[in-house]
Design a protein around this ligand. Structure first.
Ligand SMILES: Nc1nc2c(ncn2[C@@H]2O[C@H](COP(=O)(O)OP(=O)(O)O)[C@@H](O)[C@H]2O)c(=O)[nH]1
Ligand SMILES: [Mg+2]
Length: 368
């Protein structure tokens, strides 16, 4: 899947995944210990040789000071999350070509796309002699997958320039804090050091909500000293703490006030500058509630005009049959969907995968 780079923290993890260059040193160690089985393709170091292995890697990667930050970074995989049953199917009964256009329009795919997809599907079905429900679902899945696929849908966690900083923006109630909570727990499960910043400083409840998630994710949190404190100063302190703690990532929650464009632009601009005094921003994630339909598109446009959004998180896909909004957002804004939320629970999110999403849309389910 995606390549992620985080800090090497040899002492606390039971399993360390190692860069290929370090393989020779580790193999030498393993040869000494004949009882250990070792597979080159899946580099897992048993606990017994872990300390030796880590020492070997560290010395193998001994480089001048200026390059040291890179040398302490390892490539890792993160625990898998999938969409499960979170995506509602477009079809409550058998797929009929005559109804497809209407169904796609009602699901917010947009008129042009609905027409094109239906025409393409009809042509493909004729060519291949496909007519059964199962065959049509499969062809439609391929059509949708093709249209939804982008090269840039992975989270930017691979530059190795730590700490990564994620800024999370979007209107109130979209699911920012919940998404940050889910993301933090998932990173923690992969042994990442996470620092959160409660830069939504206008409501005490918002800070408390982020604190609850921080506890669940065993993440450190920077909270405002008083209600209404300048969000930019919280953002600054968050990055400061992340650097001090050698954290892998800082995630900054913001207020979702969409008073007017100029105020929003000023506020987000100030937060951005505060962060960039100490670190680069890896992602500006715009969180959008999928159940708000066309309103979601209007909100997204407003935010993308004022913030340099690098990815969209589409939440509450479990609560809508209008999954086509995902396609329309990605197409109209030309910004990748990176994560999707499919419920309120800590595990109810996934990386966006065009194929999995398309599968969910054409799935044959008993109830919709
Ligand atoms: N069903 C569902 N609810 C969600 C999802 N993401 C967030 N929520 C709920 O939406 C509400 C607002 O979320 P919150 O994170 O506080 O939004 P914020 O104001 O943008 O920070 C909460 O009740 C969340 O539990 C999702 O993917 N699915
Ligand atoms: Mg919030």
């Amino acid at each position: 899947m995606f390549k992620f780079l985080k800090r090497l923290r040899g002492s606390q993890s039971e399993v360390v995944e190692i860069e290929p260059e370090s393989l020779q040193e580790v193999e030498a160690l393993v040869t000494e210990d004949q009882s250990t089985h070792f597979q080159e393709t899946d580099v897992l170091v048993p606990e017994v040789i872990e300390d030796q292995a880590v020492a070997a890697i560290t010395s193998a990667l001994a480089v001048p000071d200026e390059e040291r930050s890179i040398s302490q970074v390892v490539e890792v995989e993160l625990p898998k999350r999938d969409l499960g049953d979170g995506i509602r199917s477009l079809f409550s009964s058998t797929v009929e070509l005559e109804d497809l256009e209407d169904i796609l329009i009602r699901a917010d795919f947009g008129l042009d796309t609905a027409i094109e997809v239906t025409e393409n599907l009809r042509a493909a079905a004729n060519k291949l002699g496909a007519s059964t429900d199962a065959e049509l679902r499969l062809l439609l899945k391929d059509q949708l997958t093709q249209r939804l696929t982008r090269e840039d849908s992975g989270l930017n966690l691979s530059t190795g320039k730590l700490p990564y900083v994620f800024l999370v923006v979007g209107v109130n109630g979209a699911g920012k804090t919940t998404t940050i909570g889910k993301l933090s727990r998932w990173l923690k499960d992969g042994d990442w050091n996470v620092v959160l910043g409660a830069a939504d400083t206008f409501r005490a409840a918002a800070v408390e909500q982020l604190e609850t998630w921080a506890k669940r994710a065993e993440a450190k949190i920077v909270r405002p000293e008083k209600e209404g404190q300048d969000p930019a100063s919280v953002a600054y302190q968050t990055v400061e703490l992340a650097i001090k703690e050698d954290a892998d990532i800082a995630i900054i929650d913001t207020a979702g006030r969409l008073q007017n464009k100029k105020d929003l632009m000023d506020e987000l601009g100030k937060i951005r500058r505060a962060i960039e005094k100490q670190a680069q921003i890896s992602e500006v994630l715009l969180v959008i509630d999928a159940t708000t339909g066309q309103n979601a598109m209007a909100q997204a446009k407003a935010f993308t005009e004022v913030a340099d959004v690098t990815g969209i998180v589409l939440t509450k896909l479990d609560g809508t049959a209008k999954g086509g909004i995902l396609y329309s957002l990605q197409k109209e804004l030309d910004i990748p969907i990176k994560l999707v939320g499919v419920g309120e629970g800590v595990n109810d999110f996934a990386f966006f995968s065009a194929e999995e999403f398309a599968k969910g849309l054409v799935a044959h389910k008993k109830s919709n």
